[in-house]
Design a protein around this ligand. Structure first.
Ligand SMILES: Cc1ncc(COP(=O)(O)O)c(C=O)c1O
Length: 381
């Protein structure tokens, strides 16, 4: 198989792939050249704020538009956020939840999904209902078994950070809709490498940082809020930029912006957002569906070889749940450290999470990267 885009041209735009075999986008994504240039350009502007022109504000508007395009939302449904956790906290506190209501999630979620609701349990007496995963993620079967009349929301990652389980958001969205429950998604482990249409999946809110698969800088992310549900949410925080007529500073008119910008408090991370916007432009120009197809092809090849060599990959039974994250462990706990050493010695960048060696395969990876990882690992002894 070949990808439906010019893979070598993409690799030439990403300096990290010249110096190593980069299989760690699930931890932090490498920047394309365009991102570094965009960041430098805005840094130059901000170093001399007396020269700030309309271009600066246009860059921020374009960032909002690019983020919206990536998930099939409207720009006015996007609030800039520094990272996933802040977006998840904002939406958790904005939800109309009462004491005794519960929010369902599975026990493979990253803390950015879980802690906001555990904290809300502490503050407001809701229940963060954490249920044992089903094959690595959250399935309809789990929802059916663990939900009850007080289940008001489901919180889930698009892809789970260790198992790589790709949750069926369309099915979960339909289930939530039928039950009148909110669907809150953490998109950071797939956005940029797999298509996601928030409207088709009936997602009410989605938070994501931009520094993984979107290949953007740290500290620049967003919160999507479905505009049809905006008025059911109570903004938990307010700052100068959350309100209309923001430049009328001393009128103290706490009338929130009519759109998702009501969740923004103060000035955004312009440098980070300019970089994120440039990264998203690169990805959109390649076609995210084509990237997704290619990463699944490579991750299937890697899964097959890992099993052949005697490692224990996390393999979702249904291949519809596979993603660009491939993690494996060994029956002997020392095997994980040994495998990691072999990979590092061969210059293969990877991560270890919860007793698993974890790879993230993006659209810039090629078959040689997979072969190199397999050669470095060798058979499990
Ligand atoms: C599922 C998931 N959510 C969130 C994050 C990061 O959260 P934040 O953007 O708040 O640092 C990670 C990884 O670091 C993750 O794997």
């Amino acid at each position: 198989m070949r990808p439906q885009y010019d893979l070598n041209a993409l690799r030439r735009q990403i300096p990290a792939v010249q110096s190593c075999i980069y299989l760690n986008t699930c931890a932090i994504g490498p920047w394309p050249d365009a991102t570094r240039h965009a960041v430098a350009h805005v840094a130059d502007m901000l170093a001399e704020p007396n020269r700030l022109s309309r271009e600066f504000w246009a860059i921020l508007s374009a960032a909002r538009e690019n983020i919206a395009r990536l998930i099939n939302a409207a720009p006015d449904e996007i609030a800039f956020m520094p990272n996933t956790a802040e977006g998840m906290n904002v939406i958790a506190h904005a939800l109309p939840l009462q004491a005794g209501d519960n929010v369902l999630m599975c026990d493979q979620e990253y803390p950015a999904v879980v802690y906001p609701f555990m904290n809300l349990a502490r503050l407001r007496g809701i229940e963060a209902r954490i249920v044992p995963h089903d094959g690595g993620g959250l399935t309809l079967d789990l929802l059916e078994r663990h939900a009850d009349a007080r289940t008001r929301a489901v919180a889930v990652s698009s892809v789970e950070f260790v198992s790589g389980f790709s949750n069926d958001l369309k099915a979960i969205g339909a289930w939530c809709k039928a039950r009148g429950a909110w669907l809150i998604v953490d998109g950071i482990q797939s956005l940029g490498a797999a298509p996601l249409d928030v409207k088709a999946a009936q997602i009410d809110a989605l938070a994501s940082g931009g520094h993984k698969w979107m290949l953007g800088p740290m500290g620049a992310g967003f919160l999507y809020v479905n505009r049809e549900r905006l008025n059911e949410l109570a903004p938990p925080f307010a700052g100068a930029l959350s309100v209309i007529d923001a430049e009328n500073y001393l009128d103290y008119n706490l009338t929130f912006q009519p759109d998702a910008r009501r969740f923004e408090l103060g000035v955004p991370n312009a440098i980070g957002l300019a970089g994120l916007s440039a990264s998203i432009s690169v990805l959109l120009s390649l076609d995210i569906a084509a990237i997704h197809e290619w990463t699944l092809y490579l991750s299937d090849a890697l899964l097959y070889e890992l099993e052949r060599l005697g490692y224990h990959p996390f393999v979702p039974r249904d291949c519809g749940h596979r993603s660009a994250i491939v993690s494996f462990t060994t029956s002997d706990p020392a095997g994980v450290a040994q495998a990691s050493q072999r990979l590092s010695a061969a210059g293969i960048v990877h991560s270890i999470r919860s007793g698993y060696v974890r790879f993230g395969i993006h659209g810039f990876n090629n078959e040689e990267d997979i072969r190199a990882a397999i050669t470095a690992l060798g058979p499990l002894k």
